[in-house]
Design a protein around this ligand. Structure first.
Ligand SMILES: NC(=O)c1ccc[n+]([C@@H]2O[C@H](COP(=O)([O-])OP(=O)(O)OC[C@H]3O[C@@H](n4cnc5c(N)ncnc54)[C@H](O)[C@@H]3O)[C@@H](O)[C@H]2O)c1
Length: 351
């Protein structure tokens, strides 16, 4: 059986679960990893049996034994590493968000379009079993016309480690919206099956991180007290899609709420659904209202893993789940929300 050999750029917190997933799959293995921080690089390699803690990124990108590169670095460096990896002739799976903004994302797409290799964002929430079940039912038409999706991720105290790149606009591009909003927005559009936004309006606020409050437990980069908190920790938006459907998105890294958690709710003419857990809601002939808690549906990606999907796509066994066009549409919406917040107006999304 063919094995896809990965190189890794970035050895931060998320790379631990990613390296684990790649190593546990019998169709893939990690050959080398690099990070500018030697200690984090060495820890990762030791923990996940990665044979080479590379001396430079170039040593990973130019290694002829490596087929694919996984990139998980501060957002500012997403586009530049992705372009370098594509130009080095590798398949590339980039962690979210796509880039700091749509301009950078388009530069990546330009490079990807010149390559015969696969480029994709690794949107892990799409592969969660319960999300896949609802996606299957949505594709089968069980919900009728899905006219609205409500996507939210509300954390009470979940700002990634303060005084690191996560909270700094120059390095992160945005805060809660870009960091966790991207997941729920992507998931909502994916289950609805519509990546054609027409307009967005939104607001963002910075109310906790700037006061040194609301820190959670994410991120292993070192603190730098000079890095000011200059991103949003709250965002709320209305997105209108081609054909008339709409999505509301609410995300907070920190806020006072009686209702923390994450979900996507779908509202259809025949039934509604939630993704976490998979539940279906519909009128019933035999009861007042039917809440289906034990949802039965085939799922498309039984491995439930973004890396297994990417590996299989390289091997020609599956289509890559997250297409470049879909990821561009998501980035356009995120950019649009920030613009709408700045101008106070609804923003039309260009094709
Ligand atoms: N898919 C998910 O659910 C998920 C979850 C968390 C983070 N992420 C994404 O993964 C990326 C990394 O996040 P993290 O949580 O691992 O952050 P982290 O702060 O824990 O680690 C970041 C790592 O990047 C390294 N780094 C800094 N500058 C670099 C550069 N120029 N080139 C290469 N490496 C550099 C740092 O030394 C550090 O080890 C971010 O883009 C984040 O949005 C995705």
């Amino acid at each position: 059986m063919s094995i896809i050999r990965y190189g890794i750029i970035g050895s931060g917190m998320i790379t631990h679960s990613s390296a684990d997933a790649i190593q546990k799959n019998d169709q893939s293995q990690v050959l080398a990893a690099w990070d500018p921080h030697k200690g984090r690089k060495n820890d990762l390699c030791e923990k996940y049996n990665i044979p080479t803690a590379a001396d430079s990124a170039e040593a990973v990108l130019n290694n002829p034994d490596i087929d694919a590169i996984y990139i998980a670095v501060p957002n500012k460096f997403h586009a530049s590493w992705a372009i370098q990896a594509i130009k080095a002739g590798k398949h590339v799976i980039l962690d979210k968000p796509f880039a700091l903004n749509i301009k950078q994302a388009k530069e990546v797409v330009k490079a990807a379009n010149k390559s015969d290799k696969i480029f994709a964002l690794g949107m892990n929430q799409r592969f969660v079993d319960s999300c896949q079940k609802i996606k299957t039912l949505a594709d089968k038409g069980l919900f009728g016309e899905i006219y609205h999706g409500k996507a939210f991720w509300r954390r009470r105290s979940g700002i990634p480690k303060l005084q690191t790149w996560f909270g700094n606009k120059n390095l992160a591009g945005g805060g809660a919206l870009l960091d966790i909003g991207v997941h729920l927005l992507d998931l909502c559009l994916y289950t609805i099956g519509n990546f054609e936004p027409e307009s967005v309006s939104g607001v963002t606020y910075t109310k906790f991180g700037n006061r040194g409050l609301g820190e959670g437990n994410w991120g292993i980069s070192d603190r730098n007290p000079k890095l000011k908190f200059t991103v949003d920790d709250f965002a709320s938006a209305l997105i209108k899609l081609k054909g008339g459907a709409s999505v509301t998105l609410d995300v907070t890294w920190a806020c006072h709420t009686g209702n923390p958690g994450m979900n996507v709710e779908l509202f259809g003419t025949q039934a509604g659904a939630t993704l976490y857990p998979a539940q279906v809601y519909r009128s019933s002939d035999i009861a007042e209202y039917d809440v289906v808690k034990d949802v039965k549906a085939d799922i498309k990606y039984k491995h439930c893993c973004r890396f297994a999907n990417f590996t299989k796509a390289i091997l020609g066994e599956e289509e890559v789940c997250t297409t470049i066009e879909q990821s561009l549409a998501v980035q356009k919406i995120l950019d649009g929300i920030y613009e709408s917040c700045k101008t106070g107006k609804e923003v039309r999304i260009k094709k």
